[in-house]
Structure formats: structure tokens, C-alpha cells
Design a protein around this ligand. Structure first.
Ligand SMILES: [Zn+2]
Length: 61
């Protein structure tokens, strides 16, 4: 079973004060978190953004 991780948008610098939490496998979370950052926060999709999001992922309990 793939390990589950969590991306907590509160840890992401933003003006929206977004409180979204995304949980799932790293692959799932990364995909949705990148989409969310681009569409809801206006970030540019780039390898750097993916890397930044990836660095924010925490292991889910
Ligand atoms: Zn957000």
C-alpha cells in the first residue's frame, strides 16, 4: 500500500488564507495540489512549483 501524505494549504504562503488539506498518495496529492495552486492561487505551473509543493508534503498518520 502506498504511503499517504498530506498537503496543508495553510503552510503555503498565500493571501487567500486558504485552509484546504489534501490527503492521499504522494502522486495523487501532488497532482491535485499543483492544480489547486495554479487555479485557485494563480501560481504558474512549473517544475519549481511542483518541487515547492513536494517539499511541503507531510506524512499522514
Ligand atoms: Zn489553497
Amino acid at each position: 500500500m502506498a504511503k499517504r501524505v498530506v498537503a496543508d494549504c495553510r503552510r503555503f504562503p498565500s493571501k487567500k488564507k486558504c485552509t484546504l488539506t489534501i490527503a492521499g498518495t504522494e502522486k495523487e496529492v501532488l497532482k491535485v495540489a499543483v492544480w489547486h495552486a495554479v487555479h485557485d492561487h494563480g501560481h504558474k505551473s512549473s517544475p519549481a512549483l511542483r518541487k515547492q509543493i513536494k517539499s511541503m508534503l507531510k506524512k499522514a498518520r
